[in-house]
Design a protein around this ligand. Sequence first.
Ligand code: 2P0
Length: 340
Amino acid sequence: MHTVTCIAPVNIALIKYWGKRNEELILPINDSISMTLNANEMCAKTTISSWETFKANRMWLNGEEVTFEENARLMRCLDGVRRLAVANGALKVPLNWKVHIASRNNFPTAAGLASSAAGYACLVYTLARLYGIPINEELTAVARQGSGSACRSLYGGFVRWHSGVLDDGSDSVAKQVVSPDHWPNMHILILVVNDARKKTPSTKGMQRAVTTSALIQHRAKVVVPRRTEELTEAIQLRDFNSFAEITMKDSNQFHAIALDTYPPCVYMNDVSHSIVNFVHAYNEAVGSLQAAYTFDAGPNACLYVLEENVPQLLAAIQLAFPNDLVPSVEYLRGIQVPNF
Ligand code: 2P0
């Protein structure tokens, strides 16, 4: 029996992916940019075994068995990695042997905390290790077919998912913008407002946005192309001020599109909005942009902040939200604050 275990971290988008031009191949209508957390923080951990006596491909997610062979996304990932293994001539494990996969997240699943990104990235990476093939852009295109945002978690640091223009999706790949050591004092503080499953899953929410939002095409064609260039430059120059402004504006625009969807998708709640107000008031009080919020398809806040500004920001959060728990802080890239 061959067995491999790997971990893959979540990534938090700065320029949001929202909307597909091809549902089956998971091709987006715009580029997106994210930062990947350190591997030992919020992550998925996956073990895959392959043996000639296994009768079927099977998978367990957080300890519960899930359907595998009927799940088109899972099968596309398995077939995609096997196809690359054949092309690479790297056949460490016979391709006709079935696989058993066990995967766990160390954070809430489907609460708008990028669980599918880490999960599918980990699945594809672990399969790649099992069959003995390297990480490259082709592998990100396989991870993309599990869940779009997963393609960005195959690389560390800041990563851009290029939407591509080809119908077969072969140019819809993730590329690293800069490695994690380019901006090592960049941290993400995660404020967990609610860890329940989200009301409208991302796949459904973005489908509905593409068909009903009058604003989404303007965002994809006019706003995002400009923003991705500006954000890339801000990252390269380690210009936190521009970085923060672009990040907050893009989060706000993504949620504006969600509200422009019919019926609307409401992901942020009152606490989320109070965090937005708090961050703007905080930045005003300190006299420069020191914290930037971003919200995914859920109410939880991710705050980007430089390491040297973490203690002051955390103290202000405790003061502004005094009933909430703040853990003893370690200087990690993702610092999770539970039960906000
Ligand atoms: C992102 N999100 O860029 C955006 C921002 C949520 C808000 O990617 O249908 O779970 O599996 O491709 O990747 C969530 O979408 O959707 C997402 P599918 P996915 O991170």
